[in-house]
Write a protein that binds this ligand. Structure first.
Ligand code: ADP
Ligand code: UDP
Length: 237
């Protein structure tokens, strides 16, 4: 399936139409952003690593019974996906305290959160992705109560599957963000799962192997992504 017109150029991916109205091509670029797009940089190989990483994770989630957008890996930097009517709400699960939770509550980074927390953020860069809750979704019509309940259930199920997957690779899944969309009335996992939208720490050293290396200007971003991919067995050849 060939890509046709460019439909949307986001901060990290470009979305293309295809000859099939129900399918899109997601192209993973080498761009990385922080601060809702305020800081942007390019990293060689990032598009390839994230595309292949995302394909690997989406396959694992499918195998575990979580319905996803994924159709096929098209090339190093492109995947063929179902065209979803995206819900403009980000679902975040936190197994340990980090990032905005630490800023908001002043708790110690790394604090184990048992049971894990579930947060919702509105996808709106201009408003800096404000935190919202279930009642906002219904009142503003972003997603129905029933579909949101399914998104929450699927996010927790993904957390269970991925926590084990990463643990077996010597990594702690600290937190992550998922985006969902509707396809013929069904809730499917869309967008991507990669170290751009998750926090992954080495189990032994607590070394950060995710986008915090860019946010905190630590260096070694792609090397860290490749290390995670290598440990999981993602094919980067
Ligand atoms: P952003 O929009 O935040 O800058 P990206 O650069 O990742 O993010 O752009 C990808 C865009 O494609 C996002 O807006 C995302 O919601 C959208 N998207 C991801 N998967 C799908 C899909 N399967 N169908 C339709 N849109 C999608
Ligand atoms: N996240 C994301 N996109 C966003 C906001 C958050 O992918 O727009 C991810 C982020 O990488 C982390 C998790 O969601 O894995 C929780 O992020 P947090 O709320 O701590 O926000 P941040 O530290 O990005 O301000």
């Amino acid at each position: 399936m060939q890509k046709q017109a460019e439909l949307y150029r986001g901060k990290a991916k470009t979305v293309y139409s295809t000859e099939d109205d129900a399918l899109l091509v997601l192209e993973f670029r080498d761009d990385t952003s922080a601060g809702d797009g305020a800081r942007i940089a390019q990293f060689e190989r990032k598009g390839k690593v994230n595309n292949r990483f995302n394909y690997f994770i989406m396959r694992k989630l499918e195998e575990a019974g979580i319905p996803t957008q994924m159709e096929a890996l098209l090339s190093d930097t492109e995947s063929l996906v179902k065209k979803l009517d995206m819900v403009p709400v980000e679902c975040v699960v936190r197994n340990r305290a980090a990032g905005s939770l630490v800023k908001r509550l002043g708790v110690e980074e790394g604090l184990v959160l048992d049971p894990p927390l579930f947060d919702l953020f509105l996808k709106n860069d201009a408003m800096h992705d404000p935190m919202i809750n279930e009642s906002y979704c219904e009142t503003f019509g972003w997603v129905s109560r029933e579909h949101l309940a399914q998104m929450k259930t699927l996010t927790y199920r993904a957390n269970a599957v991925l926590t084990t997957l990463f643990d077996n690779a010597g990594l702690i899944l600290v937190d992550f963000k998922l985006e969902f969309g509707l396809f013929n009335g069904e809730v499917l996992l869309g967008d991507e799962f990669s170290p751009d939208g998750a926090r992954l720490w080495d189990k032994a050293t607590l070394n950060k192997l995710d986008k915090d290396r860019f946010r905190q200007e630590m260096g070694g971003l792609i090397e860290a992504y490749e290390e995670v991919a290598h440990r999981l067995g993602v094919d980067l050849s």
